[in-house]
Design a protein around this ligand. Structure first.
Ligand code: HMG
Length: 373
């Protein structure tokens, strides 16, 4: 039985800042952010949103009544949780009218938990072939104003439906993985922002890519030119590129990396969703991919886990993408000045409280938003 991604969409909040403007205000050469890190803009969360509302907006783009009746498992991957106990996915039940005879859980291991979520979804479908699984990856990446991590912030959510006979990508059974107890990035309970060892984090990321990708190629007896493209978790777009170039100079992969980073460089790090933002970007922006092309995926979560897995493109996958919605979402965002961003950042409502105030979704074509009491 073939199992994989049947539907996929992302949602980002409607505010952003220009990183060149942030650099100027911070007294830094803008090229450090735009060239050194490879980022243009950062998505900024609105006061009325959290990881649940971001997730609901993403899921709205791919759900319909029939699907809602078929989904019997909702997996919510996040490290921006609104509750220490209750799963973020349960809040989605009432917002999205999901079934009650359905399982709802939340998964955590930094940015990696979305990768294991699609693996769990696949295993669930193997024993329940007619079920559909809703996988959410939703996060708000915050490091603090004036911090080293500030240019690598971001916010957004991915929603995916995993099913048999998928329309977009068939997942293979070939993952290679590594986990080491590394303190590169972690956020102890009640800390608003993570404790980060930036250098250790980038070194561990590249080392884990090298280890898992080489193991994959050895196990499968494949070479880099067997891939049509490789998608990366992208905390900033320069890092995936550095990891890729550390192992191969394959031209096709370098070109396709440019397509895969198209949305990330305009949004920033969305943690659990970042890897899947990269595949959406590749599929929507590259017009030269072919059915059955092999796509590699490198998932990374600080702490630290690395995983390399692959999928094959399904013929006609282009007809199941949301390109015009995604492009409109990015084009209609509002730019904040750095002062407006700082004010918003310093006056965020406690995310553990405000999600319960959500009263309804006002669905305007290509512009779904939440309103609070
Ligand atoms: P930094 O230490 O201030 O930056 O912050 P830097 O000094 O390393 O410079 C960055 C790059 O810009 C360097 O490029 C500079 O040379 C270049 P490199 O040498 O590495 O190729 N540069 C310039 N380029 C052009 N013109 C200039 C210029 N100046 C410098 N004028 C750091 C960078 C990433 C450490 C910081 O932003 C940070 O701490 N970010 C948060 C942590 C992070 O994103 N780590 C990534 C790996 S960990 C991960 O992916 C997991 C994560 O998503 C969390 C999770 O799993 O949950 C974060």
């Amino acid at each position: 039985m073939e199992i994989g991604i049947d539907k996929i969409a992302f949602y980002v909040p409607s505010y952003y800042i220009e990183l060149s403007e942030l650099a100027t205000v911070r007294g830094i050469d803008p090229a450090k952010y735009t060239v050194g890190l490879g980022q243009n803009k950062t998505a900024i969360i609105e006061k009325t949103q959290d990881c649940v509302t971001l997730a609901a907006n993403a899921a709205k783009q791919i759900l319909n009544t029939q699907l809602i009746n078929e989904i019997d498992l909702v997996l919510f991957a996040t490290e921006s949780s609104v509750d220490e106990s209750k799963a973020g996915s349960i809040f989605l039940q009432s917002i999205l009218n999901l079934r009650k005879n359905c399982r709802y859980v939340e998964l955590k291991q930094a940015c990696y938990s979305s990768a294991i979520a699609i693996n769990f979804a696949k295993n669930h479908i193997m024993v329940n072939p007619n079920s559909k699984v809703l996988v959410i990856a939703s996060d708000i990446a915050k490091y603090g104003t004036n911090s080293a991590g500030e240019p690598t912030q971001g916010a957004g959510a991915i929603a995916m439906v995993i099913s048999k006979n998928p329309s977009i990508l068939v997942l293979n059974d070939d993952a290679t993985f590594i986990c080491e107890d590394v303190n590169d990035f972690f956020r102890p309970t009640h800390h608003d922002v993570p404790i980060v060892d930036g250098k250790l984090s980038t070194e561990t990321y590249i080392r884990f890519f090298q280890t898992t990708c080489q193991a994959y190629l050895n196990n499968q007896k494949l070479q880099f030119n067997d891939f049509a493209g490789i998608c990366f978790h992208m905390p900033f777009t320069k890092l995936g590129q550095k990891a890729l170039l550390s192992l191969t100079q394959e031209e096709k992969l370098i070109t396709r990396y440019e397509y895969s980073k198209y949305y990330s460089k305009e949004i920033g790090n969305i943690y659990t969703g970042s890897l899947f933002l990269s595949i959406i970007s590749l599929l929507e922006q590259d017009q030269s991919l072919q059915p059955n092309d092999l796509i590699g995926f490198f998932a990374y979560g600080s702490g630290a886990t690395g995983e390399f897995f692959t999928g094959r493109l399904v013929p006609g996958y282009q007809n199941h993408l949301k390109k015009s919605y995604h492009e409109a979402l990015l084009q209609t965002r509002n730019k904040l000045t750095i002062e407006e961003y700082e004010n918003l950042y310093n006056h965020q409502i406690d995310p553990k409280r405000y999600h319960q105030n959500v009263i309804h979704i006002q669905s305007i074509e290509n512009n779904v938003k939440y309103y609070t009491k």
